[in-house]
Design a binder for this molecule. Structure first.
Ligand code: BGP
Length: 468
């Protein structure tokens, strides 16, 4: 029988832009997604989303009822500082005070993210994370949050998934500003985000608020598809670019020699260099020393093949299985492993990749000994039949990943909790509303919530701690 530790957090995750809606209420400013999803070609937007702005009491009550004792929420920067850098909006502060209090009253610990993909529009326009001035604006925003909510929020996350942000913005091009195949911009923005994270950590620790702070990375294991040296090399290159570069920056506080060598080698293919300011190595080092935990978001792993050509990417944003293409110049090509099942969006389902990643972090980053799996879940086209949602593939997915976590705990990795993505169905950045992840089904017309079969299963698991 597989049993998780007694104090294990059974959580569920949300993010402001994907869940809140109410985009024009109480003085909120615009983030870049507001503008982008209102262009003529967009078929959906975040105006109402899951109406969490008005329904958070109902949703936190559901958490309590279904055994969920941790919730990831994020604070919309544009509710606190509407233009990102100017005046503070008291109504935004009031709103999050109420939301945080509602979580605590329901006995659900809030894990609060400061940046979950939603840079304020003005700052996005002046370069987003490529502009170091924005790092300072972010740190100011972070400090305002620590001051206002730090008495009750004891778990802070600076930034969610730098790699997804920069890959979306500058490589795949499915996030604004929709730039394609510009690996150097992606690398520079990751470095700047890790520096911003470190600065926010340093500020938080100065305030002696008696809580913990960390960062979340999406960490997908990369495996060579064969034993051929070029395939092994491709896996190493993609791992360094998408995982190791930021793990080094945020957990070790410096780029190891091998990481830097590979990154510079990749950049050379684009005739580019990485720009590191004189004071930044010291900031990264201090940030890593003070960092309390790592959040691991895990959905899939990838299988790599050597690739020498130009970049070509096709993002499957509709769930038409088998349409994805992902080959990057100077790195490698993701290929289908015939032995591994995928979701309709071509994401390989591979719990062992999570186990391997957790064990690797324990071994390679001994200074970071507290981990949470802060997102994991299955995008699925749920069928709503007579008020019931029989999401058996999702239960199977979560079960296998929880078992992989348990195995990692047995191997000595200190994983303190797990957060299903997502608590209720929410907006999916590049897929809209038909890629559902929630434990609770949302009828987006009425905003009514319905527990899926997975919600009942999760409750039983959370209460018994037994994976079955
Ligand atoms: C993560 C993000 C989440 C969420 C999830 C699912 O990268 O942190 O915000 O969206 O992925 O992704 P998607 O909705 O693209 O399937």
């Amino acid at each position: 029988m597989e049993r998780l530790p007694e104090d294990f957090i059974f959580g569920a995750a949300t993010a402001a832009f994907q869940a809140e809606g109410a985009v024009n209420e109480d003085g909120r400013g615009k983030c870049y997604w507001d503008e982008y999803l209102h262009r003529a070609e967009s078929t959906f937007n975040g105006d109402t989303a899951s109406d969490f702005y008005h329904k958070y009491r109902e949703d936190t009550a559901l958490c309590r009822e279904y055994g969920i004792n941790g919730i990831r929420i994020s604070i919309a920067w544009t509710r606190i500082i509407p233009d990102g850098s100017g005046k503070v909006n008291q109504k935004g502060i009031d709103f999050y005070n109420d939301m945080i209090n509602a979580c605590l009253e329901a006995g659900v610990e809030p894990y609060v993210t400061l940046h979950h993909f939603d840079t304020p529009l003005e700052l996005f326009k002046n370069g987003d994370w490529l502009n170091r001035e924005n790092t300072e604006h972010f740190v100011r925003f972070a400090k305002i949050c620590f001051e206002n909510f730090g008495d009750r929020v004891k778990k802070w996350i600076t930034i969610n998934e730098p790699w997804s942000v920069v890959a979306g913005q500058y490589i795949i091009g499915h996030f604004p500003p929709n730039i394609k195949y510009d690996v150097p911009k992606a690398v520079q923005a990751m470095h700047n985000m890790c520096t911003a994270h470190a600065k926010a950590v340093i500020e938080y620790k100065k305030m002696n608020l008696n809580g913990e702070i960390g960062i979340i990375h999406i960490l997908e294991s990369k495996y060579p598809i064969s034993e051929k040296p070029e395939d092994i090399r491709a896996a190493l290159l993609e791992d360094t670019l998408a995982n190791k570069f930021m793990l080094d920056a945020s957990l070790k506080g410096s780029y190891s020699e091998s990481t830097m060598q590979i990154i510079l080698e990749i950049l050379e293919k684009y005739d580019a260099k990485l720009d590191i300011n004189e004071d930044e190595p010291d900031i990264l080092r201090k940030g890593a020393e003070l960092n309390d935990f790592l959040g691991v978001n895990y959905y899939a792993s990838h299988f790599l093949k050597g690739y020498e050509g130009e970049t070509e990417i096709y993002h499957n944003g509709t769930g038409k299985k088998g349409t994805s293409i992902f080959r990057i110049k100077g790195v490698g090509e993701r290929v289908k492993n015939p032995e591994i099942e995928t979701t309709d969006w071509d994401w390989p389902i591979y719990p062992k990749g999570l186990y391997d990643m957790l064990v690797r972090i324990k071994n390679e980053y001994p200074d970071c000994q507290k981990l949470y799996v802060t997102e994991n879940g299955m995008g699925y086209k749920d069928e709503f039949i007579n008020g019931k949602i029989e999401d058996i593939p999702r239960i199977d997915y979560i079960k296998k990943h929880l078992a992989a976590i348990n195995q990692a705990i047995t191997a000595g990795v200190n994983v303190k909790g797990y957060f299903v993505w997502s608590l209720m169905d929410v907006l999916s950045w590049t897929n809209g509303f038909n890629k559902r992840y929630g434990l609770f089904y949302v009828d987006f017309q009425t905003q009514k919530r319905y527990p899926k079969k997975s919600a009942y299963w999760y409750k039983e698991t959370a209460e018994s701690k037994v994976i079955k």
